[in-house]
Write a protein that binds this ligand. Structure first.
Ligand code: UD1
Length: 407
């Protein structure tokens, strides 16, 4: 789809089921490369990014069998042959980098170009590369922009991450599970998606302790076998639906959530004045824009407020009674949405790594563009509240991470 046209002012009502977590599915699919027998993943969401990672691992020789009706996919990596992820796929999606760890563990070599993905500022991979070196690999960079990581054998080591990077923690896990001896990751990321990856690896036969804390230890094993795995619900999609329901909902029931994963966003929504009931694995949102209070947000690593949700929430903050502040500590340039929202009538003042949202301001339909995935979500939230028709371009960004947001 080229553009999304939204007539604002309609109230949302009904139920929506949250899909499996994109940020768990991608590393879990990369993790299937480690097993010498097939793995079956259940309820895989139909996302552009999932299609891309599948193409990446197919290009490496993995056999993929899809059962589209049930969202099941079987990955058979017994046929893994190649060690280089094609540039045309990697440039589409940064998470392609997650195949480095498993390729290194199984084939002793991984080649990959600088990754693509959302335009949300510089996203280096130095922590991944330093960690591979600590495990005994040699890293080289060629003039054509390709990293080659090679190791005759990987040996466990103590690795301290300067920043609790989600991707680096996962890449280290995916390499160290087959290294000789013990690896310790200190200042590891604690996101729920990491626990899900560890659950998969444990089922495959890996020996890992401490997932969900800031120290993970991995005792390397020689062989990993395929397994069946069901992925956790997407806390970012759920958070986006919460914000949409708060902005334009009459009564919306969001199903298949793990409420504990959403505490940072639900507590902020409560502070604004949004009424919600948590019932088992569902959240019922009673929307309405009257007397919403302004708030301050500071994005942080989990369990702090997720950087992926600051953009959709910012759209709602345009309707709060006073000035809200958003400080972005993970991606200081993640503010592509501010200009777009201002063109719909918002008053957002941008400073370095932060913005002030002065509300409430009536929003009106406009022609806007998703500059990145979560900017796209923010524009949908704004369009639902706006007077008139909004035309959102660059919808492909939204399709990368939301399966059902406009269906
Ligand atoms: C993952 C998520 C993304 C989310 C982000 C932060 C996936 C597929 N994507 O991205 O949706 O926004 O976590 O929660 O799971 N950094 C370095 N050097 C490195 C690696 C990271 O400096 O080698 C920095 C980054 O520039 C950034 C911060 O660390 O400032 C966080 O990045 P990281 O946690 O690695 O994010 P991703 O895994 O890329």
């Amino acid at each position: 789809m080229e553009k999304l046209i939204i007539q604002g002012g309609n109230r949302l009502e009904g139920r929506v089921r949250v899909s499996s977590a994109k940020n768990a599915v991608l590393p879990i699919i990369a993790g299937t490369l480690l097993a010498s027998t097939p793995s079956k993943l259940l309820e895989i969401p139909n996302l552009e990014d999932v299609g891309t990672i599948c193409q990446v691992i197919e290009s490496l020789g993995v056999k993929i069998t899809r059962n589209n009706a049930d969202g099941e996919i079987v990955f058979d990596a017994s046929t893994l042959t190649a060690t280089e992820a094609p540039y045309e796929l990697v440039r589409k999606m940064r998470a392609s980098f997650l195949v480095m760890g498993p390729l290194l563990a199984r084939k002793g070599e991984a080649k990959i170009s600088m990754p693509g993905g959302c335009a949300i500022g510089a996203r280096p991979i130095d922590l991944h590369l330093k960690a591979f070196e600590a495990l005994g690999a040699k890293v080289s960079y060629s003039d054509n922009g390709t990293y080659t990581i090679e190791a005759d054998r990987l040996v466990g080591n103590k690795i301290y991450l300067d920043f609790a990077s989600v991707g680096a923690t996962i890449n280290i896990l995916l390499a160290a599970v087959k290294a000789e001896g013990k690896t310790t990751i200190e200042n590891s990321a604690k996101e729920p998606e990491i626990i899900d990856v560890v659950n998969l690896l444990t089922k495959m036969g890996a020996k890992i302790r401490g997932a969900g804390t800031d120290t993970i230890t991995i005792e390397g094993v020689e062989t990993l076998c395929g397994c069946d795995h069901e992925i956790i619900p997407d806390r970012i999609e759920a958070g986006t639906f919460l914000v949409m329901a708060a902005a334009a909902g009459e009564k919306v029931i969001i199903q298949n959530v793990i409420p504990q994963h959403l505490e940072a966003v639900t507590s902020k929504l409560k502070e604004i004045g949004v009424k919600m009931d948590i019932v088992g694995d569902s959240i019922i949102v009673h929307g309405g824009l009257d007397n919403l209070k302004p708030i301050d947000i500071r994005t942080q690593v989990y369990p702090g407020f997720a950087t992926d949700l600051q953009q959709p929430l910012t759209a709602l903050l345009t309707q709060c009674q006073g000035a809200s502040q958003v400080v972005e500590t993970i991606y200081p340039e993640r503010f592509g949405h501010s200009y777009q929202l201002n063109s719909m009538g918002a008053k957002i003042d941008q400073e370095e790594a932060m913005c002030y949202i002065n509300g409430p301001t009536p929003l009106h339909g406009a022609r806007v563009y998703a500059t990145d995935l979560r900017c796209g979500a923010a524009l949908i939230v704004a369009a639902l509240m706006a007077d008139g028709v909004t035309e959102i371009g660059n919808v492909y960004h939204i399709d990368r991470g939301y399966e059902n947001i406009y269906h």
